[in-house]
Design a protein around this ligand. Sequence first.
Ligand code: PLP
Length: 415
Amino acid sequence: MSFLKEFDSEIYELCEKELERQTDHLEMIASENFTLPAVMEAMGSVFTNKYAEGYPNKRYYGGCDYADAVEQLAIDRAKKLFNCEHVNVQPHSGSQANGAVYAALLKAGDKILGMDLSHGGHLTHGSKPSFSGKNYSSFTYGVELDGRINYDRVLDIAKIVQPKIIVCGASAYAREIDFKKFREIADEVGAILFADIAHIAGLVCAGEHPSPFPYADVVTTTTHKTLAGPRGGMIMTNDEDIAKKINSAIFPGLQGGPLVHVIAAKAVGFKHNLSPEWKEYAKQVKKNASVLAEVLIKRGYDVVSGGTDNHLVLVSFLNKDFSGKDADAALGNAGITVNKNTVPGETRSPFVTSGIRIGSPALTSRGMKEAEFELIANRIADVLDDIENTELQKKIKQELTELAHKFVIYNQPTY
Ligand SMILES: *Cc1c(COP(=O)(O)O)cnc(C)c1O
């Protein structure tokens, strides 16, 4: 299709270049994925023209019959997918979803206890530069030097802080999250338990990570990370009272008209997540991340927590004379896209860091398996072993681009 090419060659060309970039590089940012062309088609559909403030059958605008049907389908599929009773599919993003949870359940100044950003938490879990750290009184727990959450320690902190809400879930944590233990902690201090499964939702719905239900009072996720759907957010709960508060917090509390085209795309994504192939995908994501961790350990790298239970691997360079920023740049030159990340016991600034985070979801969506991940992990180690060798980086980039081209993302442009 070339409406775009005809009408706006500048943006068209940038789309082409971006597709080329995504095709040529090995995308290993743990929060990214490749969505289906069907999802993109729904996202680019006529529903972008429609105003549908409100909820299915309770709209403030006419002409919402089909928008109602779309949103109801998305809700029904999400309920089935996560086995829960109430879902709001309107949040524009994961951060919006989290904002709505706080707006629904807290008053300004109430206490939040969440995972420290530098230990793997998310900005919206009470970090100071975020609304969550500005509008609420935020406190943090972290991981031990072994890279794991110590639940006894979280309980000790919770007892001192007496938070109104405890946030569990992370953006850079390679181990299973024990929602049952968090429930016990929340019960002990009388707090609401909020699970943010933005990173692991694709594994949770496949049964490849324990579910936050029935332990958490409220659960949020993004739809574009391991779920591989369109960019967006979602909120789930089994509590009818909380569900009502969440709905009002999203609309009219924080958002106006829902993105019906994105909700349609979410529904398509959920259909993908409900398919039998999805379980295979989620299993493969974990296998691929494990291979990555094993090879890096074998090659002498310090993998935080000694491995992974999910889709990501954190590598620490605390014992090296180069930083996460250096590693990120060197791997970028070699055609591998990762991100620098703080690690437990961090000594460098958040702009430099002593680690990198590497994820398997996107390359797994391209069809790569253990053999490819073994090769890639070895090339990552080759680059890091000789981090200033730009000639080697160039050579590896050539090899990896050839590998990447064997795993087609989209057979034809999707714009
Ligand atoms: C990515 C992420 C979010 C935010 O999602 P956005 O769509 O980028 O706003 C929230 N929580 C966690 C744990 C995340 O990893």
